[in-house]
Design a protein around this ligand. Sequence first.
Ligand code: SAH
Ligand code: MG
Length: 955
Amino acid sequence: METGGPPAVVSKKTSLTPKAIIYQRFGEQACYKVEEVQESTQNECPVLAIPQKGPCLYRCCLQLPEFSVVSETFKKKKEAEQSAAEMALEKLGINPKTDNPATQDPWDALPARLSYLFSNEFLSCLHPLSGHFRAALQRKGHLYGLVPISVLSVYDAKLSGLFKSINPKVESDPLLIMSLMLKVAPRLAGSVSTSEDQLSMQRENPYPPEIIQTVVNQQSSLPETILIGAIRIPCSNEKTVEPLALNIASNDYYLDVIAQELGFTDASKVLISRTIGKASSDMRLYFCAPKSYLGDLSSGVLCSTEAVYSKESLNKRASYLSGHLIHGDAILASIGYKWKSADLSFEDMSLHTYYRILIGKIPSGLYKLSRDAVIAAELPGEFTTRSNWRGSSPRDLLCTFCRQHRLSEPVFSAISNPLESLRESSGSHKKLKVSESGNQVINEIGNDDGGRKPVGSRETFRCEVKIFSRCQDLIIECSPTKSFKKQNDAIQNAALKVLSWLNKYFKKLDMPIQELTSYGNVLDIKFDSELLLREFALGISVFTFWQSMGAQEGSVLESICINQLNGKLGDQMRHINIEGPDSGVSPSNGSLACIVYSVYLVTEGEYMKELIESSEEFEFEIGSGSVISCLESVVTQMSVSQSTRFHMELPPKELILASACDSSRILPLLTSGGCSLECSTTLLRVTEPLEDRMEQALFTPPLSKQRVDYALQQIKESCATSLVDFGCGSGSLLDSLLALPTSLEKIVGVDISQKGLARAAKILHPKLSAISDATAPSKVIQSVLLYFGSITVFDSRLYGFDIGTCLEVIEHMEEDQAHLFGDMVLSSFCPRILIVSTPNYEYNVILQGSNLQSQEEDPDDKTHSQSCKFRNHDHKFEWTREQFGRWASDLAARHNYSVEFSGVGGAANTEPGFASQIALFRREEECLKNVDVTHNYEVIWEWSSNTSKLSKIAV
Ligand code: SAH
Ligand code: MG
């Protein structure tokens, strides 16, 4: 998507960039203002109707004292700035190439740059490095004027660039720079000399006294001594990371103070990592060169870093954080000189910051941080809709992850299909690649939001993601087969798959490759195991703590397992005391629950209670695993305005410390043992899933009520005494039945959602108590039972009922499962009457014309009523009248049932038919089978009138 101007003409050969030259001339007087320019949407291939939101481009305005210039637009801010600087130089009549006689050989440019750094001019200018030169003049005794070699390239981008061009490895190896520097040093003979230990440099001729005077007399706004919070990361993994205070007096060189903390006399031996965390921060690790290496240096023999490190142990945590090989203890601090001021600038670091950096290395940690809910939030297993997602999008999370691990930016390729309209497109379109089969168009997506929906088209999208190493080796490839109506959904889903898989991996970095491969298969992911190990190997010793909590959070994999095992693995339920009256409004899958919560660390007996995390308003989608499972299971049992308090298992202390701001009070509690977490929460509101909102808003009575009324009618007409509700969910049908006088004596509900069943039990409980008081209308009811199990599996206890209902359930199963259920119910459960309802896909046109629907869609999407989406993201399919008709008729014929069709909402003889279509099956023959006793379901809850007692089982 090169819609920008010509590429920036920044010659790599010149040693100074245009910006650097401008800076030399104008310093802070040169003011760059970069603005974003949104290129108008240009459809490069109109026939394909894939609109491309132009990439975000940048234009830079450079203001100099005399004039200003405005650059053309560029994809990168940097390019725009350089281009503006170049234009300014042109105006000033400066030719960077001739005026800066830099040669192509970095070995020549290096001494030139170094002598500039040691010049009078540099000492008095404001530069992140010049502060070190000034501080060197405050050093005492033999250290006076000595500048540690290690700081030179860390704080001078020019130098580090030159070293990089000599050997790209210097980026991850500070020691390598030291030895390269020593190779350059002899060429500065006469002006700059190297100290005896080969670790520092200094000017041979002292600075002129007047320059020293002005430098030393500079007013500082800092107090005499400053205390800076830092973190010590001991070399041994057994020792814990702990806070430390750097006590720096105004005449101290801060690196000397850090050196002393590391057990060395002075700064010369201190090495400095690249910045950690956000690129803008000045957070770095300080550590020392291995002793053997130092010995080698002074003896003049240089050996490779790797050889040195194999002899001595590695600081794995520090190395993992920085990507450098770090030996011995390390100190993490945010401190340094800036462009803007001669004073030292710093930020206090705490354990809190450290642990946040640490958990930010793994996908779920990144998500937790993006939600500012380290304890409560969990990386969702599913991206349902853009409007239900909270926190950073999966795609952004994946980009951040790659940056953090120094991998290349992930490459997303959206594939749109089918494209009947693909007529004249050809390879001539730069950005659209046509694959061999000719019916797929691959659209490489830039960093802009590629999520717009094609105008007036019915195509669907898939998206592939590739993760490459720094050196462009393909490490991970995810190619989901599922298609989406919206390109953005395809992208986000693919990104989330990669994140989920990586997350699994990080929680168990030593998992056998086989296991990882089978997770990969579930998520359409292939990977190169060797490269993977190489990239992430160090993490193994860093993330050990995570493994203890692997089982806690809901993820795609777990939910897939649940389906595969037909509900044998349920979501855990816990017994909690809920306060406040039941308002009847409860969240269900697909709704957004908004809660206020606080999590405390409590000691046994609650003698001590410390706040860890809280939120006044925290909204999350139910059913997608976006909060820790115990919290979700609690919230689904609550109704709006109810409150509760419950205990949770203690997560790894690393998570607690990343969440709590004040570790000093929490650490002693944590180490004393016997603590747990206590969570109090109130459900503030529930935003129902779109389907429910639609059913309530667009139909009177609401569609759900109409379905119940339909079932009631059949119960009455058939004088049924027993009813089983297949897929009873939270028991809305059963609940209505209790409120009315019917002939029913025995009522049973089955579902695979324990949450739904728990909710159902809670609703039925008070109603049944009222019945036992003999004042309620329905006195005939003998027993009510709730079973946990899948309706595609037989259980003889549900054999031969008078009526089976299965309302709005089949579309929540895969199509083959719906067929399986049909056969199972008519051939094995053999109800006298079976009522099945499911959405009529053709009716969606009407629903989507409504205002309700368009809220969910992109505002610019309203017109495309053709391309219908399903009413609920959990729907695996929605059938037309014809599809449903065929399913039901075939079934009836196979199992000797009759079937008649009807529905609720809309009308049979008006297009497009009923909103909910219903098939009513009637058994044509007596059912006299002898069934073997098979108990595949688990009784979750049971009520019977003769004992008039409520017994809760397995809750
Ligand atoms: N019949 C209820 C709930 C409909 S929602 C009502 O009309 O309100 C669909 C329900 O089907 C969910 O509760 C879901 O858990 C359940 N379900 C989906 N697949 C199932 C299966 N294989 N066995 C049992 N229940 C299933
Ligand atoms: Mg449904």
